[in-house]
Write a protein that binds this ligand. Structure first.
Ligand code: 5AD
Length: 345
């Protein structure tokens, strides 16, 4: 076990069989050693900096029906909202005053937000805050759409691949194809975006073999960012009685990802902070180096309910900047307020 982990640390690579062996056999001691190596790798590449991004969840309308997600189109119980351009700009202003230099606009796949509207919003943000980076996370769109939006000044795009097992992907995402998902990521990369892929840990039906596929997918794609969080059930989905993914498994996947792609930007996700009140700290100690506090107006936060119990106040709220900084400092890291561009080539 130790030999394999040392090999991973020194070569930043393992094959399918070796990764599966790790996932099937890691014990507490092995996990501690793995996270130590991941931590060392993060420090080597990013010192002890943790980058902060302001997250703006600007629409929960969604035309897709991802069967695990609380804002899926068919969920009649979801209370839908859209922020206006002015409301989005107010969030940016709030973040700008706090010193944030990256804004992540995330939403469901909402046809209301045409390319024209997105371009207008992005240009207005860049005008207000010329030195900030804008990240979009608005799902699958055409090559032309990604191209036109890029010209407005978007810097980054997050599109998790969710799972690299094609059959599992297609059973979780009705009327969608895994190939298209991957093509979107490749298109975004070709167009010059810094891209973010990523996956859920512990989604019903997922095996260790599938998680190995995720790791190899990430290694091959080498995205600039990789969002990894535990699956958490949502009360209005068929998974309502299923178990969440665990902190332990999520930490293992974060650490392995840090070791396979040493320079990747790796968020300690809200989902990890939701299943475990110290989840984000544990994630950072295992190689994560990004946190994305919520900048959305309080009145809509509860409505962006992808899963039950999503944390959206206190430490999660971007306003509680000092609390966030204190928590990060308390584990020996420092908050980095700069744009935090990726070092992945
Ligand atoms: N549990 C955990 N993560 C979820 N997401 C959506 N629904 C859930 C859920 N029930 C994640 C997906 C998506 C991201 C925005 O949130 O991975 O890409």
């Amino acid at each position: 076990m130790k030999k394999l982990l040392d090999k991973l640390y020194s070569t930043n690579n393992l094959n399918e069989e070796e990764l599966l062996y790790l996932l099937n056999n890691l014990d507490e001691e092995g996990i501690n050693y793995l996270t130590e190596l991941a931590h060392k790798t993060a420090i080597h590449n990013y010192n002890n900096s943790v980058y902060i991004r302001g997250l703006i969840e600007f629409t929960n309308y969604c035309s897709r029906n991802c069967i695990y997600c609380g804002i899926r189109a068919c969920n009649k119980n979801a209370q839908r909202y859209r922020l206006t351009k002015d409301e989005i700009l107010e969030c940016v202003e709030k973040g700008d005053k706090l010193g944030y230099k990256t804004f992540v606009l995330q939403g469901g796949e909402d046809p209301y937000f045409t390319d024209e509207k997105i371009i207008d919003i992005v240009q207005s943000i860049k005008k207000k805050c010329p030195d900030c980076a804008v990240t979009l996370s608005i799902g699958e769109r055409s090559y032309k759409s990604y191209k036109d939006i890029k010209k407005a000044g978007v810097d980054r795009y997050l599109l998790r691949h969710e799972t690299a097992n094609k059959n599992l992907y297609e059973s979780l995402h009705p009327n969608s194809s895994f190939e298209n998902r991957v093509q979107c990521l490749l298109n975004l990369k070709e167009l010059g975006y810094q891209i973010g892929a990523g996956f859920m840990v512990g989604i019903p039906g997922q095996t260790n073999e599938d998680l190995v596929k995720d790791l190899l997918f990430i290694k091959k794609l080498t995205p600039h960012m990789c969002g990894i969080g535990p699956f958490i059930p949502h009360k209005d989905t068929i998974f309502k009685d299923e178990k969440s993914g665990t902190t332990k498994k999520t930490i293992i996947m974060l650490a392995l990802t840090r070791l396979l792609v040493p320079k990747v930007l790796l968020p300690a996700t809200t989902a990890l902070g939701t299943i475990d009140s110290n989840g984000r700290e544990k994630g950072i100690k295992a190689g994560a180096n990004v946190v994305m506090p919520n900048l959305s107006p309080n009145k809509v936060r509860e409505k962006y309910a992808l899963y039950n119990g999503k944390v959206s106040s206190g430490d999660e709220a971007a306003e509680c900047k000092k609390e966030i900084e204190d928590r990060i400092k308390s584990i020996g890291f420092k908050v980095e307020i700069s744009r935090g561009d990726s070092k992945v080539l």
